[in-house]
Design a binder for this molecule. Sequence first.
Ligand code: SAH
Length: 396
Amino acid sequence: MIKIKISKTLEAKIRKGYPWVFKYQLENVVTEGSSSLAVIYDHKNRFLAIGLWDPDSDLCFRVLNLFEPKEINLDFFLQRFQKALLLRKDLNEQGTTGYRVLNGENDGFPGLIMDRYDKTWVIKVYTKSWFDYLDLMLEVIKSEKNVDQVVLRLARNLEKSSTYYFDGQVLFGPDPITPVRFRENNLNFQVDVINGQKTGFFLDQRDNRQQIRKISKGLSVLNVFSYTGGFSIYAISGGCRKIVEIDSNGLALKSSLQNKKLNFEESSNLEYQQIEGDAFQKLQELKSTNSQFDLVILDPPAFARKKKHRPQALRAYSRLVELGVQLVAPGGRLFSASCSVHISADDFYKAVNYGVASVQKQLTEISRTGHAIDHPIKFNELGYLKSVIGWVGDKK
Ligand code: SAH
């Protein structure tokens, strides 16, 4: 077993539930053999935590269990898995068969997420320490009844770290896999779990999409960064009269069209348009043609992938809102979201309001939202999703 020592300050933080140790925080490491597990001993040489050890990563230790030494075995994972399933048990009855089963650290599986798309289960790992436990994780999943396939996705930095595991690998079930379908709030979606972003779908926006569905009747809607059409499908289902999607990825737009077909018959009452290209540029073009929408949805990719990108990311959020808000028709609404972990909710809301104000508009907020039930957050550092919806008016 690897034994590590850290500062008293970090010890205190970990006692309160902080889940990580970074390399620069290590005071001493005693290595006996190689292992993907390590134990932290406190300054009095007592056991503090057992966790995943990844010496190749800056984030080298992730807490699995605090205060009490535990065997990290099938039982250990099964208990946590069942607890996580319990938290999500109502989703199925709500017509949702695609949801996050394990949200990493927040569900006791640090550096691992698991999404379920009906009978296809996808594990995504962010540290190579998990390679040693993937067989156990397969057992864990198979303890459930509805399992046709299990797919592995790897974080970008892990793509070359195993000679056996690779991104998009089918760990269990038929390979190549057939199109994967699931339901979300009784709507149908098809997802590419092998090549799609994250595990193929942005399950975290489910509640926000439902909110959009409720207000869409009769509206013209601009869905910017539409990806596979999540927000669009909900808006159409809510009875909108027009949808315009913008995304730079042609394949995503195709897949959005496919999702539309899965849910709705061709309808001459719906105006439907897809625009492929850079959102910032396309928004400007829409403005130059005086286009207006009753609802503008801005759900971009993370603009701040690293802490140091924060200032430019905040500027980008403001700029995006500035462009989007000018396309909102009188009496219309703006929805704006950020999934950047390095941007705090407060800073994001400020950036949104700054963007709105910079073009002499104002936003009367209807609601702010965060994480849905299947994306629980135990530590502030792990909260990433924030969004706001509001009425747009002219600045008085
Ligand atoms: N709103 C989506 C998720 C958005 S993911 C949903 O609910 O599922 C981010 C999307 O932004 C991706 O589809 C990506 O192709 C697209 N994208 C990234 N940069 C872009 C840019 N500069 N202009 C337009 N689209 C972009």
